[in-house]
Design a protein around this ligand. Structure first.
Ligand code: F3S
Length: 420
């Protein structure tokens, strides 16, 4: 790789040990991918915020000991826990200690305590064409596909290195030629009534992820007036069933206003379609719960927006969560402050809904919560729930989640794609 004089000076240790280590990791990454040089990024989103193993904590603390601070605005993905309401979340002392140490390390690095996996809604939001380095698969897919910013799928710890240096190797989705769609996915027999139902978008995303894998795909047929939260659910699902970093939603993705634009003038190598039958099969796949009972309902994966909380409070108005069910919502600190001020939080609490910030419901403490089955309006959560936590799950709309939480029994409304 061609290195600038500044890069060489950092590698010689002139900006301290943290910067030397961080840059040497980035250079190794660049050499692995034959990148010609490093390039500047304007911001970073760190995904290495969950305590998984001791090594992750040790890496963050070592970087602080060695004088590491972020060189560009840097936001943080969720911790595993609610860092403020950890008592209500029944966080065991040992887990709390690890996460508090991680929190301290990132704050000492001068990262921004966003603690959210939807930083594109409340974080340091990039613009079209901006070169960034983000971790967290749903955020990466959203940044590339919906905003048109440019990032690779940066792995944990690599994101810390990028933040300390403010640069990444020039490769992958940072380059125009690698953003070309090689595959075209079309909607077949999917009606406008189906597309008006918010619950279809995570299912479409899940199917697209399965079809695309790690390839860049173009999807036609998504209406231009689709809600931003539907796109959030779509991207989260696509990046969990496949390794999707970018998919072009034709007419929505800024660099795919037409199909020709994202195919870069060539023909797709493969054309696939999504049908109502495929959507029904996906729903079945996202149900491992065998009986009609659940004891946990989870929304906010990725973190809920203000619009989603308004919808939720409207749906639960006058009702109460069943005594056999725990109903969790996860959101970010900004939205939490708003709903605390405007009374939504009080209404949700009165209905028996527990609202948390900072954390990731997939990482809930199993030592203190003993669930048998969960319902969620997140295809990502339903997809990972059994494989990562051994907990059966079922996907449903937000309406299904509220009704299920209130009745204490699974309720699924008839969706338009069930009738085809
Ligand atoms: Fe966010 Fe955790 Fe879901 S990080 S996207 S809430 S799995």
């Amino acid at each position: 790789m061609r290195l600038t004089d500044e890069d060489k000076s950092i590698l010689d240790g002139n900006r301290g040990e943290a910067a030397r280590i961080a840059l040497s990791v980035l250079v190794d990454l660049g050499e692995l991918f034959d990148a010609p040089e490093l390039m500047k990024v304007s911001q970073v989103h760190i995904d290495a915020t969950l305590y998984m193993v001791e090594a992750g904590l040790e890496f963050a603390e070592k970087m602080v000991d060695w004088g590491g601070t972020v060189a560009v605005p840097t936001s943080l993905n969720p911790s595993a826990i609610d860092l403020q309401r950890w008592e209500a979340y029944r966080v065991p002392a040992e887990i709390l200690d690890r996460h508090k140490r991680l929190e301290e390390a990132y704050l000492n690095m001068r990262a921004t305590p966003t603690w959210t996996c939807a930083p594109y809604q409340h974080g340091i939001v990039p613009r079209f064409g901006e070169q960034i380095a983000w971790g967290e698969s749903n955020a990466i897919a959203f940044a590339n596909s919906i905003i048109g910013a440019r990032t690779n799928r940066y792995a944990d710890l690599m994101d810390i290195c990028a933040a300390i240096i403010g640069k990444v190797p020039k490769f992958g989705l940072h380059l125009t030629e690698n953003r070309k769609a090689g595959m075209l996915i079309q909607l077949n027999d999917i009606t406008s009534t189906m597309l008006a139902d918010d619950a279809i978008y995570p299912l479409l995303g899940y199917l697209l992820g399965e079809m695309a894998g790690d390839q860049v795909a173009a999807l036609t047929g998504i209406p231009k007036n689709v809600k931003i939260d539907s796109l959030k659910g779509f991207c989260a699902a696509a990046a969990s069933s496949g390794a999707v970093g970018l998919c072009h939603l034709v007419g929505i993705t800024p660099e795919a206003q037409t199909l020709e634009m994202c195919l870069h003038g060539s023909k797709p190598q493969m054309v696939l379609e999504i049908t109502p039958q495929a959507i029904r099969r996906t729903e079945e796949k996202l149900r491992s719960v065998k009986s009609d009972g659940v004891d946990l309902v989870v929304c906010g994966c990725p973190h809920y927006s203000m619009a989603e909380l308004i919808r939720l409070v409207q749906l639960i108005h006058g009702k109460k969560v069943h005594s056999s069910v725990v109903f969790w919502i996860f959101t970010n600190r900004t939205v939490y402050a708003w709903i605390k001020n405007n009374g939504i939080l009080a209404d949700l609490s009165a209905a028996g809904v527990m609202v948390f910030t900072d954390g990731c419901p997939l990482q809930y403490p199993r030592e203190t919560w003993h669930f048998n089955a969960a319902m969620t309006d997140s295809a990502k959560f339903a997809n990972y729930c059994f494989s990562q936590r051994g907990l059966d799950a079922v996907y449903g709309s937000i309406e299904d989640c509220v009704e299920t939480a209130v009745r204490g029994k699974i309720r699924r409304k008839e969706a338009p794609w069930h009738l085809k």
